[in-house]
Ligand binder design. Structure first.
Ligand code: ADP
Ligand code: ZN
Ligand code: ZN
Length: 804
């Protein structure tokens, strides 16, 4: 007897383990680990992943597997193990981890179809009735009998049939209907054979035999060229003259683009130096995490491309992760131009059918390179030679939903599994990665110069306190406005950057730049309208809103945050001749609109591009000679310990946009706190100095990379229940964790209420808590009932990137 250990599709603590099922004899050869099956569970029938196939069970009564859902495993052995690791590390259920690795198009119970590549007369007898003269048959019918099932297995093994999912139209693959001459050879005289009366049929057969005597032709093409209807072709199929087939066509989202073969520039010295260790690790087949710190324009992408070339030469595969927001057609083009059809692209703008097509190319080993956003880290390659993470500092690599994995961590895990290099690149590495590189946990590769010795753009910092003194209350300093006028006259382009409005409000003194922050946590206090109080979102400290500035006594204490729309109006008023393109969540919500706006700006259809951080990346236009950051402070004072780091990254990123070409670029940064170290070091393009200073702050505040963080958010409609639960959880943690762990809160979350549900949070700061994962899992189990029945949510975020 054979048994399957199955992880069932019920995300709950009590089902978070494998259940044993009997594999019925007729399915015995078909069930393998990593496949999905339908199994009885209580009164229902549900999906599950086969974890293991074994000959043993401890149980006396096991129910049988009902149905096999996948023709081949959707998860490799590596993925099954990776899922276990993710479930453990992110405190989620195994099933949640596994589901997230499977493309959504086939997540529901998919129907399957068998496609044959052999003449129907050559099919095994057991299968003939199912195909019935066509090249397709329904899997569900075939696997009913043992003979047919084993014939099918045989044919799948030698590649003469292929089993695939039959997807619904909306997401289904595109199929082209084809016909071919039965037997593969044409007759000379169809009018004799078919009879002179069958004019149209003769016409069709003649045309096909002339043009496609020995291969299949799309039905549409025959109809158009031989001028016959589909009825005529149907008749010929019935009579056995033609054989009907359908060929699947991949939906290619890039099919209307022409990719030109790019020339390979010869590498600069520093590129060669960065490339060598990556190639070495590849050749030695050793796991080697490398941090490539290269300034903007130093040619990191070329280093990626060359390392991939080496990977392909070894017959291996590569994954390239790029933040969603910089996964632009220009970016994709650089990879397609070098590696052509070897590349699959995965990102969230694809329809689920398109994503499935790309996934299938990987699954079938038809491509060797995947370029994609976060979830592409799960690309089911089995012979990986390299993983690349571009812009490794990006917070979006962390998934904010279950499973809350960080793509960088997953990439490192896979690199270790495959014994291959992992290349993390950035102009502004995260302090976590940089600290590891400084301690030689990662190998540090530096590229301090731009290609062709191009100079870094001049960054000027405008003190907005001075503008206020001069009576200028507009969003533009005098100097920025002058420079904008100058560029408009010269017909050069301008990018204006306004940070997304903070999700919470902070207050600032406009005379001196003072912003109140928590005396315990070193993060900015957030203003709450109820009670007019300022609160710390980490520890719960609070104080009343001040009337005058404690630093300078000024009464110009203001809430902060200006919208892009307001700025656009101001530009129209001040510079009526300028054409402005505004890019923010409002103007880019429709699919493709993001790209359209950028395209239009690239073509020179506007003088000014005004936007939120979505424009900070990937813009590589030669005519931009002025970049303005309107309010650097909005990001600097978010209630998040990474605010200075994010500000530094952003300023570096935007100033990297200017002067990438022949024309020199200028950057103007407007701020009320020009002396802040984030702004000063960004002005001088000095990452190392910034990192040194920021590390001191992190140490003082007890933040990563010195401490680990875990954020627990509790939400429910009933505020009292949330507070009570949060307090109980904090208590429990204080009792169970070691005295070295610091538990902050409970306190109200920065977003205090979402969809009528109140939110409270606790934060744990710790260095070494081997019991933490177990304690958190117990916590989950303990509240399981309340979560399932009373709509309570307790979300656990290990190493959070966002603090909302
Ligand atoms: P980064 O990603 O580090 O900001 P890019 O890879 O975008 O830099 O390179 C900046 C520019 O320099 C691109 O236009 C690229 O084509 C060009 N470039 C890169 N490497 C070389 C090289 N070795 N020789 C000439 N041009 C190069
Ligand atoms: Zn002040
Ligand atoms: Zn605090």
């Amino acid at each position: 007897m054979m048994y399957a250990k199955v992880i069932v599709d019920v995300a709950a603590a009590r089902t978070d383990k494998a259940f044993d099922y009997l594999i019925p004899e007729e399915l015995e050869e078909m069930v393998h680990p990593g496949m999905r099956v339908m199994v009885p569970f209580g009164p229902r029938s549900i999906q599950g992943f086969v974890w293991e196939v074994t000959e043993h069970t401890e149980l006396t009564r096991v129910k049988p597997v009902k149905e096999v859902l996948d023709p081949s495993p959707v998860l490799t052995g590596e993925m099954l193990e990776l899922g276990e690791w993710i479930a453990e590390e992110t405190v989620c259920f195994l099933i949640t981890a596994y589901q997230s690795m499977v493309p959504s198009a086939i997540r529901a119970k998919p129907k399957k179809i068998i496609r044959s590549n052999v003449e129907s007369t050559n099919l095994p007898e057991a299968l003939k009735p199912f195909f019935d003269g066509k090249n397709e048959a329904a899997w569900d019918d075939v696997v009913q009998t043992k003979e047919a099932a084993s014939a099918l297995k045989q044919m799948t093994a030698d590649g003469s049939v292929m089993v695939d999912y039959l997807l619904k139209d909306k997401t289904g693959k595109k199929v082209t209907r084809m016909v071919r001459i039965e037997g593969g050879k044409a007759d000379e005289d169809y009018s004799r054979i078919l009879g002179a009366k069958a004019v149209k049929q003769v016409q069709a057969m003649n045309w096909i035999s002339r043009h496609y005597a020995d291969k299949a032709v799309p039905v549409r093409e025959v109809q158009e060229n031989a001028r016959v209807t589909s009825g005529v072709l149907q008749a010929l199929i019935k009579k056995g003259f033609l054989l009907e087939e359908s060929i699947e066509a991949y939906r290619d989202p890039y099919q209307n683009r022409v990719f030109t073969e790019s020339e390979r520039p010869s590498l600069t010295k520093q590129q060669e130096k960065a490339l060598a260790p990556v190639q070495n690790a590849l050749w030695k087949q050793s796991y080697e995490p490398c941090l490539l710190h290269g300034v903007t324009g130093s040619g990191k992408t070329e280093v990626y491309l060359r390392s991939i070339e080496s990977v392909l030469k070894e017959g291996k595969e590569a994954i390239v992760l790029v933040p969603e927001i910089s996964l632009t057609p220009q970016m994709v083009e650089r990879f397609k131009a070098r590696f052509g059809s070897e590349v699959a692209v995965l990102h969230s703008a694809l329809s689920s059918g398109e994503k499935y097509d790309e996934w299938r190319k990987i699954h079938r080993r038809e491509v060797k390179v995947v370029v994609g956003a976060r979830s592409a880290v799960f690309a089911p390659f089995s012979n990986l030679g390299l993983l690349i993470i571009d812009e490794e500092h990006e917070g979006s690599y962390k998934q904010e939903d279950h499973p809350r994995y960080h793509a960088r961590q997953v990439a490192l895990w896979r690199g270790r599994w495959h014994s291959c290099p992992v290349l993390m690149g950035s102009a502004t590495p995260s302090l976590e990665s940089y600290a590891r590189a400084s301690r030689n946990v990662y190998r540090l590769l530096e590229m301090p110069k731009r290609v062709n010795e191009a100079v870094m753009p001049e960054v000027e910092v405008m003190d907005m306190r001075e503008e206020l003194k001069k009576g200028n209350r507009s969003a533009f300093s005098e100097q920025l406005l002058e420079k904008m006028q100058d560029r408009l006259e010269k017909k050069e382009q301008i990018v204006l950057f306004l940070n997304r409005r903070g999700y919470s409000t902070f207050v600032m003194c406009r005379s001196c730049g003072y912003t109140p922050s928590c005396p315990h946590c070193e993060i900015t206090l957030t203003y709450h309208n109820t009670g007019r109080r300022l609160k710390c979102h980490y520890c719960g400290y609070g104080e009343p809103l001040m009337q005058t500035c404690p630093d300078c006594g000024s009464e110009h204490i203001r809430f902060f945050g200006t919208g892009t729309q307001k700025v656009e109006e101001e530009i129209t008023r001040l510079l009526p001749e300028a054409d402005v393109i505004r890019m923010d969540v409002d103007t880019t919500s429709r699919k493709g609109s993001h790209e359209k706006l950028l395209d239009s700006f690239r073509k020179g259809e506007a003088d000014i591009l005004l936007g939120t951080q979505m424009i900070a990346k990937g813009l590589d236009f030669p005519k931009i000679t002025l970049v303005g950051v309107l309010a650097a402070d909005t990001m600097l004072h978010l209630p998040d310990f990474r605010a200075p780091e994010r500000t530094f990254q952003l300023l570096t990123q935007v100033s990297g946009r200017a002067g990438r070409d022949k024309l020199p670029g200028e950057v103007i940064v407007q701020t009320y706190t020009p002396e802040h170290y984030s702004i000063q070091h960004a002005k001088w393009h000095d990452f190392h100095a910034f990192a040194r200073e920021e590390m001191v702050q992190r140490k003082r505040g007890g933040y990563p990379p010195y401490f680990y963080l875990t954020l627990i958010t509790i939400a429910h409609e009933d505020a009292a229940k949330v507070m009570k639960t949060a307090a109980r959880i904090a208590d429990l943690l204080r009792k169970q964790l070691s005295p070295e762990a610091r538990i902050l809160g409970p306190t109200v979350s920065p977003i205090a209420r979402i969809k009528d549900r109140y939110r409270y949070q606790c934060m744990i700061k710790y260095k070494n808590e081997p019991e933490l994962i177990r304690i958190l899992n117990d916590l989950n189990a303990q509240y399981q009932k309340e979560m399932a029945e009373e709509n309570l949510t307790i979300s656990i975020d290990m190493e959070p990137q966002m603090f909302m």
